[in-house]
Design a protein around this ligand. Structure first.
Ligand code: MG
Ligand code: ZN
Length: 196
C-alpha cells in the first residue's frame, strides 16, 4: 500500500526565516518543530523536507554547508524524539551562477521534482499527502505535485496572507498558525473525510 507523506518547507516553516543561512550558527529551528515531526512519526506519516537553496548557485555557500545545517536540524529534532524520513534540496538557479548549478532544473520549487523524487523512492500516495509552507510558491508546489496545501503564518506567511492573498490563483486547503498547528489538524483528519 502506498504511504502518505507530509512534505515541509524549511526556512520559515520548520525553522526561522533568516535570509540566506550562510553559516550554521544562523540556523534556528522553531521550538515546536520536534513535536510536530514526532506527531507525524507516531501517526505513520512520512516526514520529508523540501527546500530551495539557490544560495549555492549564487555562490553564497556550498552544498557542504547545507549538509551541516541539515545535520544540526536532524540532531535538534532527535533531541525532541523526532526524525525526518528524508531531506531534499534544490541548489540550482535557472539564470544565476556557474555550471553545474546554473541550470533550468526540474526541482526548483514550485516545480515538483523534489516531491516526485521522494514519491518514487518511498511509494507515496501524493493525493493523500500534504505540502506545508510559508510562501505562496509552496501552495503552487502542492498544486504542481498533486498534494494538498497547508499554509503557515510563520516566516513570510503572515505577510503573504494579509497583503498578497488577493492575487493568489490557488487557495490552500488549510491555513494554520505554524507547523505544529498544521500537523495537529492533518494527523487528526481521517483518510475518508479528506477530499482528494
Ligand atoms: Mg519558506
Ligand atoms: Zn533544482
Amino acid at each position: 500500500m502506498k504511504r502518505r507523506a507530509v512534505f515541509m518547507d524549511r526556512d520559515g516553516t520548520i525553522s526561522e526565516e533568516v535570509g540566506y543561512v550562510n553559516h550554521p550558527t544562523r540556523y534556528r529551528v522553531f521550538p515546536y518543530s520536534a513535536e510536530a515531526v514526532r506527531l507525524l512519526n507516531g501517526a505513520g506519516w512520512l516526514a520529508i523536507l523540501v527546500t530551495n537553496q539557490a544560495g549555492v548557485a549564487r555562490g553564497y555557500f556550498t552544498e557542504d554547508l547545507i549538509g551541516e545545517v541539515h545535520g544540526r536540524l536532524e540532531r535538534e529534532l532527535e533531541r525532541g524524539g523526532a526524525r525526518l524520513d528524508a531531506l531534499y534540496y534544490c541548489a540550482h538557479h535557472p539564470t544565476v551562477g556557474e555550471i553545474p548549478y546554473r541550470f533550468d532544473c526540474d526541482c526548483r520549487k514550485p516545480k515538483p521534482g523534489l516531491i516526485k523524487r521522494a514519491a518514487d523512492k518511498f511509494e507515496i500516495d501524493l493525493k493523500q499527502s500534504w505540502m506545508i509552507g510559508d510562501r505562496y510558491s509552496d501552495i503552487e508546489l502542492a498544486r504542481n505535485a498533486g498534494t494538498r496545501a497547508a499554509f503557515v503564518l510563520s516566516g513570510y506567511g503572515r505577510g503573504e496572507w494579509e497583503y498578497q492573498r488577493a492575487a493568489w490563483k490557488h487557495e490552500p486547503e488549510l491555513v494554520a498558525e505554524n507547523l505544529l498547528e498544521a500537523v495537529k489538524i492533518i494527523v487528526q483528519s481521517p483518510k475518508s473525510n479528506v477530499q482528494s
